[in-house]
Design a protein around this ligand. Structure first.
Ligand SMILES: C[S@@+](CC[C@H](N)C(=O)[O-])C[C@H]1O[C@@H](n2cnc3c(N)ncnc32)[C@H](O)[C@@H]1O
Length: 314
């Protein structure tokens, strides 16, 4: 998704060190590798063991690629385990789930194909959604569906889940989708009524927003001067975190920015925002309707001696 835009945003140096923090099926990684010279290097990470296995098969003869199973909340440690003292020329994030995860009913992400109510991107850690729903309080369920799904019928849905589980545990995606559909009174065009609830449960069970906050902070720590941070979000809550991260690391504190002369020892902000947010073009959306919610943001790590930040909003 947004592949050409990502390559431009990374401003690839043929001999550079890059990190693809969300390997998926390697769409972006393949294009990065094609642009790198023999001495270039790419470390690609995914928390889904199936993504790493598929990547190892696809790129078996690619010595410039290191595939690593892990979460980008541990980005710095994962990258430094591959390259001691790594200074990266670019770090790419493409948040959310990959199509093979959505398409495989046994992973439990799908409301259209019945499967076990799991939704973990990495089933070797944590608990499936079914186990959480069996124990969580009405308030907790309500809070997750309202907060992460921005679902106005969250109260009804939470109450229906608590009522249903009293007679039999909720273990399948189809049963949950049917239950939610009975509670959602208005239909959003082109959306299954359970879309918001499934999205909320997925984001919660995979701790996605905390992963993003932590991953962005570690990417900044890993970047070399002039290195690029490139992030694609699918959800407004994800994009808000990226936007705020770039804003807060590229602008001078508004109180200081109002001073007539900046204190000489004031360190410049560590990032410089590159351009405005980008969205896929009409052709890409026509070819892949999922692309319609994608937003790309880019920033560059400043050299410590580079000039001060912009006081304007990101
Ligand atoms: C949208 S897909 C990436 C697609 C990829 N850019 C491509 O071109 O094929 C997101 C991928 O990131 C992985 N992922 C999501 N959150 C993660 C995290 N916190 N740490 C590591 N991988 C994560 C998912 O398992 C999924 O494979």
């Amino acid at each position: 998704m947004l592949v050409n835009e990502v390559l431009t945003a990374l401003a690839l140096r043929p001999g550079g060190l890059y990190v693809d923090a969300t390997f998926g099926r390697g769409g972006h990684s393949a294009r990065i590798l094609a642009a790198l010279a023999e001495r270039g290097r790419l470390i690609a990470i995914d928390r889904d063991p199936a993504a790493i296995a598929a990547g190892r098969a696809r790129f078996a003869h690619e010595p410039r690629l290191q595939l690593v199973h892990g979460e980008f909340a541990e980005l710095a440690q994962l990258v430094r385990a591959q390259v001691a003292g790594a200074r990266c020329n670019g770090v790419l994030f493409d948040f959310g789930v990959a199509s093979p995860q959505l398409d495989d009913a046994t992973r439990g992400f799908s409301f259209s194909h019945d499967g076990p109510l799991d939704m973990r991107m990495d089933a070797t850690r944590g608990q499936p959604v079914s186990a959480w729903l069996a124990d969580a309080s009405l308030d907790e369920i309500h809070h997750v569906i309202a907060g992460l799904g921005e679902e106005r019928f969250a109260g009804r849905i939470a109450a229906a889940i608590v009522r249903a589980r009293a007679s039999s545990p909720l273990t399948g995606t189809a049963a949950l989708a049917a239950l939610v559909a009975q509670c959602v009174r208005t239909r959003e065009p082109g959306k299954h009524p359970a879309t918001r609830t499934f999205q909320a449960l997925r984001m919660f069970i995979n701790d996605e927003l905390r992963q993003i906050q932590s991953g962005l902070a570690q990417a900044l720590e890993l970047l070399a001067d002039g290195g690029r941070l490139v992030a694609i979000s699918f959800h407004s809550l994800e994009d808000r975190l990226v936007k705020e991260f770039i804003r807060s690391h590229s602008e001078i504190d508004p109180v200081l920015a109002r001073l007539p002369v900046l204190p000489p020892l004031l360190a410049p902000p560590p990032l410089r925002r590159i351009g405005r947010k980008q969205r896929p073009g009409a052709d890409e959306i026509a070819a892949n309707p999922r692309a319609r919610s994608a937003v790309l943001r880019v920033a560059e790590k400043r050299a410590p001696h580079a000039g001060g930040g912009s006081p304007s909003a990101a």
